[in-house]
Design a protein. Structure first.
Length: 408
């Protein structure tokens, strides 16, 4: 892998500079071969592209993304990035030269720290061995493969554009490229998914020996085909008891296989937790670039327009962010909501003494129930029961600190 140059660029600020030190960047690559039936992400469908040629619509988007990177760096006090994440969408629909173009732009403007984690989502059936090696040469050193399930009928039910055989082909290429730091994504709670399906998927995933596994529970988004077709907890979706069982089964199987359940949905071999995502869970600031991408800078959370044209128009108009930072209660609740996803939980020194007293009082009944650990310095959810009932626990915290903003 080529070692990238580390540099920072001091540019003339054009509006109030982004002040806090930020060392993580998310880049949204919004292209997919088709739209999966559960997905409401901001993406553009580019067709199957079995010949692996990049879609013509990608190049103008990368030009816009590069412009946003340059503009943001000019408004910031850039420091070398410790983590970069290419998410999507399907970033492996980009040619290695296109990933290189974006990393070069980040390197030129912010700099890339030595040893930075540079992660990329990839989908089965969208890349070749040469492409993977090209991404590595460009600097990518962590790959996350969207497997989702190891049953062809379930993949088809979800509208996924790949087969189980293509998952195995993808992992074979990952092996041949000698990539150790790779993750597999799985989804539980799919329509028609049984306990046996889920166990088999977990066992198949473990047999492939990834360094990391993400296990997400299906969320029914109203605008998606699944959201329109199914109702939570009703056949063919699993009921609440089965959903909880699937969570416990993942926890049992993966921890028995030596994975550390370090976050509510994530498991890793020692040393392979995702550094980029920790930035989110620790409620630290990060840049984001691209349509629909959400950044957190200067206490301001901002989501960019969700279609390409609206994103291009926003960029052409100066890429303005709102200037109202979050309130103290927003920050407190975000810190709790994100931090309690981590097994080690949240350190109480992030809160004032009065907030600590209120948090302890709110969580005391859940501690008695065995769902929460109230330590001297930190609070955490228990694994798996506290994680399973995290929404109930968080609802109480919202009711305590900001009843109007509860997301439930
Ligand atoms: S591949 Fe991922 S981002 Fe693309 S449509 Fe499917 S779930 Fe959504």
């Amino acid at each position: 892998m080529r070692q990238r140059r580390i540099e920072t660029v001091q540019s003339q600020p054009q509006e109030p500079a982004i002040a806090s030190p930020i060392s993580s960047a998310y880049l949204h690559i919004p292209f997919c071969r088709r739209r999966c039936f559960y997905c409401d992400f901001p993406i553009a469908v580019v067709g199957e592209r079995r010949d692996r040629t990049p879609s013509q619509s990608i190049a103008p988007y990368l030009t816009a993304l590069t412009a946003e990177i340059t503009l943001t760096a000019a408004r910031s006090t850039p420091q070398p990035l410790e983590t970069v994440f290419f998410g999507g969408g399907t970033p492996s629909l980009l040619a290695p030269e296109q990933i290189d173009q974006l990393l070069t732009a980040l390197d030129r403007t912010f700099g890339l720290a030595a040893g930075a984690e540079i992660a990329m989502e990839i989908d089965p059936g969208t890349f070749t061995l040469a492409q993977l090696q090209g991404y590595q040469s460009a600097g990518v050193n962590r790959f996350s493969l969207g497997a989702q399930a190891f049953q062809d009928d379930l993949l088809q039910t979800c509208g996924r554009s790949h087969s189980v055989a293509e998952i195995y082909e993808a992992v074979e290429m990952i092996r041949r490229a000698q990539i150790d730091n790779f993750s597999l994504d799985l989804i539980s709670g799919l329509p028609h998914q049984t306990r046996d399906h889920w166990q088999n998927s977990l066992e198949a995933a473990i047999a492939l020996d990834p360094a990391h596994l993400s296990c997400y529970d299906l969320v029914l988004e109203p605008v998606t085909p699944f959201g329109k077709r199914y109702r939570p907890g009703e056949t063919p979706l699993p009921d609440d008891d089965l959903t909880a069982d699937l969570y416990r089964i993942a926890q049992t199987h993966l921890t028995a296989a030596g994975y550390d359940h370090y976050e509510i949905s994530n498991y890793a071999r020692p040393g392979f937790a995702c550094r980029h995502n920790r930035t989110y869970w620790e409620n630290r600031p990060y840049y984001a670039f691209g349509m629909g991408a959400a950044s957190y800078t200067d206490g301001i959370r901002f989501s960019r327009p969700r279609t390409r044209q609206a994103y291009y128009d926003w960029l052409a108009a100066g890429a303005q962010r709102p200037d109202a930072p979050e309130t103290a209660s927003d920050r407190l609740l975000e810190t709790l909501m994100l931090g309690l996803r981590l097994r080690e939980g949240v350190n109480l020194d992030r809160f004032t003494p009065s907030e600590q007293t209120q948090i302890r009082a709110t969580l005391a009944p859940y501690a008695a129930q065995g769902w929460v650990i109230l330590g001297a310095d930190a609070i955490a959810l228990t694994d798996p029961e506290g994680f399973l009932f995290s929404n109930t626990i968080l609802a109480s915290l919202f009711a305590q600190f900001d009843p109007d903003s509860a997301p439930w």
